[in-house]
Ligand binder design. Structure first.
Ligand SMILES: [Zn+2]
Length: 202
């Protein structure tokens, strides 16, 4: 995905100011060679955690244009996709483990697309709750599925590395649509499958 030059320019200017703050703390960003190019690198790093919304929107639209006819009406699950984003409250990184499911009506998505979807939608300054609902919504509305579910575990650096220092805590959110909302058994099957302890496949 193409970096947005205008955004990078603003991010970089912001990080230049942040480095001035470091000088107040007794560091020497102007003379310490470890800081050479830091504002630019930090800007690129932040941009990787917050992609351009229009580009993400277009890529997701393209993804849902390429579907396959559904042969079965069983639950499809993509479990434990690791992805990254940042929280809108602190702009600090969040590490997510995302599990997605849907029950098809007529269309199925290529299986790798579920992983791609999890990774794309999370790279934004978005609340974990909103991310979870957006993933469930896309799998329900765009696939015209019988129902969909998202289960997201988040390790938030704003909680882990500062403030509460709660590095052991995982924030868990879930969202369900369609049959997952209407049928308790379907919802329970999903939660059981995505939370079950399992030995590694390989
Ligand atoms: Zn935060």
């Amino acid at each position: 995905m193409e970096p947005k030059r205008e955004a990078l320019r603003h991010f970089e200017a912001g990080y230049e100011k942040i480095l001035e703050g470091f000088r107040e703390l007794g560091y020497e960003p102007e003379t310490d060679e470890n800081f050479a190019g830091t504002a630019r690198r930090a800007a690129k790093g932040l941009h990787e955690l917050a992609l351009d919304r229009a580009q993400v929107h277009d890529e997701i639209a393209r993804m849902f244009q390429k579907t396959f006819p559904a042969k079965y009406k069983e639950m499809v699950i993509s479990k434990h996709n690791m992805s990254f984003g940042c929280c809108p409250h602190h702009l600090l990184p969040v590490i997510y483990r995302i599990s997605l499911a849907y029950i098809p009506t007529d269309k199925v998505l290529g299986i790798s697309k579920l992983s791609r979807l999890a990774k794309l939608v999370s790279r934004a300054p978005i609340l974990q709750e909103d991310l979870t609902h957006e993933l469930a919504r896309l799998l329900h509305e765009e696939l015209e599925s019988e129902g969909s579910a998202a289960y997201v575990e988040g390790l938030h650096m704003c909680m882990a590395s500062r403030g509460a220092s709660a590095h052991e805590t995982r924030v868990v959110t879930s969202a369900v649509r369609g049959v997952f909302l209407e049928q308790l058994a379907t919802r329970e099957e999903f939660i059981k499958l995505v939370t079950a302890a399992h030995p590694s496949l390989i």
